[in-house]
Design a protein around this ligand. Structure first.
Ligand code: XMP
Ligand code: MG
Length: 202
């Protein structure tokens, strides 16, 4: 497999990381998603709910594209966390509620960075359907998806709009983090956590 690499530092250790998607590729994917969304919603106003913090970068570029396509939208966010390190904990912690907790009658579009087991987004959806009033519609967009990682009971669960399906690798960059590190990397790289924790594998 041909891969480009970039230097990245985690846990105070520097290594080379293979680039899964360059920033340009990610942006092209977001542009494609924005065109699909604009076509589907016609002129309806959208209420973007960003799954913070990871989806902030994706949502920022998506909002810019939607704006250029003439869409009307509002932006809000919730902060939920289901991951510790590189593993899902299977529990959704609510760290931040919506700033404007009224979704009644709105066309809600949840923006997520990545779907892995499917737990985070499926649980988030359950809650968004009633906690803040009854939305007129609720759909989801995810930049990345790892379908091979889905929990058995969530097999077939997908976002309404998916940027890229990827293999079972842990990715960082473009807003995605490993324990809060790596969000600022422009490209999406994949990492082997052991390269940074166990020096003998370097
Ligand atoms: P689940 O398993 O609930 O996971 O679908 C979705 C959430 O877990 C985080 N996640 C990742 N974060 N690199 C990351 O930086 C990854 O490869 C990765 N896989 C899952 C992410 O926060 C997402 O919201
Ligand atoms: Mg995360």
């Amino acid at each position: 497999m041909e891969a480009n690499f970039m230097y990245c530092t985690f846990k105070g250790r520097k290594s080379v990381c293979p680039i899964l998607l360059s920033k340009e590729q990610a942006l092209e994917g977001i542009r494609r998603l924005a065109r699909q969304i604009a076509a589907d919603y016609a002129r309806a106003a959208i209420h973007l709910v960003i799954a913070l913090k990871g989806a902030k970068t994706t949502a920022g570029y998506l909002a810019k594209e939607l704006d250029e396509l003439g869409m009307t939208f509002q932006v809000d966010g919730v902060r939920v966390k289901s991951y510790a390190g590189t593993e899902s904990t299977g529990k959704l912690n609510w760290l931040q509620e919506l700033a404007e907790p009224d979704l009644a009658g709105k066309h809600v579009l949840v923006v997520e960075d990545i779907i892995d087991s499917g737990y985070t987004l499926s649980e988030l959806l359950k809650v968004l359907k009633f906690r803040y009033g009854k939305p007129a519609s609720i759909r989801t967009v995810a930049l990345l998806d790892k379908p091979s990682r889905r929990r058995p009971e969530l097999k077939g669960f997908k976002a309404d709009y998916t940027g890229f399906e990827i293999q079972d690798v842990f990715v960082v960059g473009f807003g995605l983090d490993w324990d809060e590190e790596g969000r600022e990397l422009p490209n999406i790289v994949y990492i082997n956590p052991e390269d940074f924790i166990n020096p003998s594998t370097n």
